[in-house]
Design a protein around this ligand. Structure first.
Ligand code: INI
Length: 158
């Protein structure tokens, strides 16, 4: 027996028709990020999205300010962030991935617009390659999350 039988359940679906999306994608590790982008674009289109803008940035560290600006613009129902940080010989990887993650989370909470985090943080190139295959592509997951969140916000109380 539910505690509150009269309570509502709010869910988003994956109907992207009429929704507007922006994708922020970084050029660093471009062979990987291009595959994330390709899968995200294809997934959005497969679900009916026709309005998708793309902003390229140099590396994952530069994603948050651009994502925040796009989210604030009022033009998009969701912003999708795509990048790939691969561990090297120094601590650089940790700083870049931490700032990307926390900056993207802050962009979402500051603006109220879904800002989706699909910045791979991996220990070697093989882990990155494994996450952009036809069977499992994080770009696809990011697009689905963006659609679901955008749709959920349409049904939540104002
Ligand atoms: N940027 C990435 O997107 N991925 C990485 O793996 C990476 N590494 O390892 O250095 C990386 N560095 C660049 C960084 O994002 C900034 O572009 C640069 O520091 C300039 O601010």
């Amino acid at each position: 027996m539910p505690v509150n039988p009269a309570g509502e359940q709010f869910t988003g679906d994956h109907d992207a028709r009429g929704l507007r999306f922006a994708i922020v994608v970084s050029r660093f590790n471009r062979p990987i990020t291009e595959k994330l982008l390709d899968a995200a674009q294809r997934t959005l289109a497969d679900h009916g999205a026709q309005d998708v803008d793309i902003a390229w940035v140099p590396g994952a560290f530069e994603i948050p300010p651009v994502a925040r600006r796009l989210a604030r613009s009022g033009r998009y129902d969701a912003v999708i962030c795509l990048g790939c940080v691969i561990k090297g010989e120094t601590a650089h990887f940790e700083h870049v991935s931490r700032e990307a993650a926390s900056g993207i989370a802050a962009a979402a909470s500051e603006t109220g617009v879904p800002v989706i985090y699909q910045v791979l943080s991996v220990y070697d190139p093989a882990q990155a390659v494994a996450r952009v295959t036809d069977e499992w592509n994080r770009g696809r997951e990011g697009a689905l999350a963006a659609i679901e969140m955008a749709r959920l916000l349409k049904v939540l109380p104002a």
